[in-house]
Design a protein around this ligand. Structure first.
Ligand SMILES: *Cc1c(COP(=O)(O)O)cnc(C)c1O
Length: 402
């Protein structure tokens, strides 16, 4: 593999592009508010007080650094490469999303904003943001489709307990897309006083950059940890890709190293439209949610319906940084099916005593395929992006255990 020199160093460019991906496809009124967010973020990045406050919360509130755990039972059973799990599931709130939600909340506070605003689908972003809002001390408003409210009721209760206001969205299909539209139009009305947060490395510039930077703590820790444990860098790094925040968080620190990076997308139930959400694998260049990226879309450029067993991966777009990394060949993107994912969920639970999120189980499924093909002296790090407690009721139904 060719040694890359500071692959993302001068990216994004001034217009927010990574190669031909990214940018800002937004109403003209929003240009200025987003410019202000970018300006203030770049200042905060260099401000030692801001960084100290962020790092203190990561350490004492989130519980970082998360362990890099050698999965010796899984390694032994698969009989190939050594497998390490980056335990983001052990973070407060049980997933990696808290890393960037706290960052965004602190940035909003620094800018003097009066409220955090977001949409949520399954409620994972909503819960992480409501938590960050509580600890940072800002009100929080979450828009959610009425169908999702029924489906994801425990997360609705969590958000309410955390003090968030839930806005029920009854338009259109009453799901994530409608919640996005609703939250966005609310933002158009009050962008002077409100901070719109985004739950992954998606959306218009500067969001992909900001969320990537906040998530990059994961890779920084993993690099130190693996060097301490093994005296060298890993050979492979694997992460599941929905919008792409947990994957880029782990990849980022290794982009310039001789490490093979693999992003795993949800192949769902099949290759037909509506059966999967493997955007990079099957999509084409298009525009979605304010960015140019790879999109699963029809001939008119409308996003296709998507499916995944993991609601956090159920997205017809992907972060522009991933579209770029795919295009230049730096990251390999593969996909695994619902069935392989469910098998991996069961396997990791049984053999390591760790119940993984269905999202993270995609990365585990890829490891289960890859590790046995590799030499015993090879090393793999997998991002275990979240814990699976949230998925248990659903899995029980699928497996028909009781
Ligand atoms: C939301 C979520 C994901 C998918 O989001 P990315 O931005 O692709 O990381 C993955 N794992 C867990 C546990 C999640 O909650």
């Amino acid at each position: 593999m060719k040694k890359n020199k500071k692959l993302l160093k001068n990216l994004p460019n001034k217009e927010g592009y990574y190669g031909s991906f990214g940018g800002q496809f937004i109403p003209p009124e929003l240009k200025k508010p987003l410019e202000e967010i970018e300006k203030e973020y770049l200042k905060a990045k260099k401000d030692i007080n801001f960084q100290n406050e962020y790092n203190d919360l990561l350490k004492n509130y989130v519980g970082r650094p998360s362990p890099l755990y050698f999965a010796k039972n899984l390694t032994k059973k698969l009989g190939g490469a050594k497998i390490y799990l980056k335990r983001e599931d052990l973070n407060h709130t049980g997933a990696h999303k808290i890393n960037h939600c706290i960052g965004e909340a602190l940035l909003a506070k620094r800018m003097g904003k009066k409220k955090l605003l977001a949409e949520t689908g399954a409620g994972q972003h909503g819960v992480a943001l409501a938590t960050a809002a509580a600890i940072v001390g800002l009100p929080c408003e979450i828009h959610m489709g009425s169908i999702d409210i029924v489906k994801e009721y425990p997360n609705v209760i969590r958000m309410k307990l955390l003090g968030a206001k839930i806005v029920e969205v009854n338009t259109g299909g009453k799901c994530l897309k409608d919640a996005v539209d609703s939250a966005f139009s609310q933002f158009m009305n009050e962008y002077q006083t409100t901070f719109f947060t985004i739950g992954s490395v998606v959306g218009p510039h500067p969001y992909p950059m900001i969320v990537k930077d906040f998530q990059s703590i994961v890779g920084k820790e993993a690099k130190k940890q693996i060097i301490k444990k093994e005296g060298r860098l890993p050979d492979y790094i694997i992460g599941c890709v929905g919008g792409g925040s947990n994957a880029i968080g782990l990849f980022n620190e290794f982009l310039d190293d001789e490490v093979e990076l693999i992003g795993v997308e949800p192949a769902g139930k099949g290759t037909a439209v509506g059966q999967h959400a493997a955007t990079i694998t099957y999509g084409s260049e298009g525009i979605i949610h304010g960015m140019k990226t790879i999109v699963l879309q029809n001939k008119e450029g409308k996003p296709n319906p998507v499916h995944s067993i993991a609601s956090g991966l159920d997205y017809p777009g992907v972060g522009p940084i991933h579209a770029y990394l795919k295009n230049i060949g730096r990251v390999k993107y593969t996909s695994v099916s619902d069935k392989e994912t469910l098998d991996a969920f069961v396997e990791l639970s049984k053999i390591e005593g760790i119940i993984p999120a269905l999202e993270s189980s995609h990365a585990i499924a890829e490891v289960i395929k890859l590790a046995p093909t590799l030499d015993k002296n090879k090393i793999i790090i997998v991002n275990l992006s979240g814990r699976g407690d949230k998925d248990i009721d659903y899995v029980v139904k699928l497996l028909k255990i009781n």
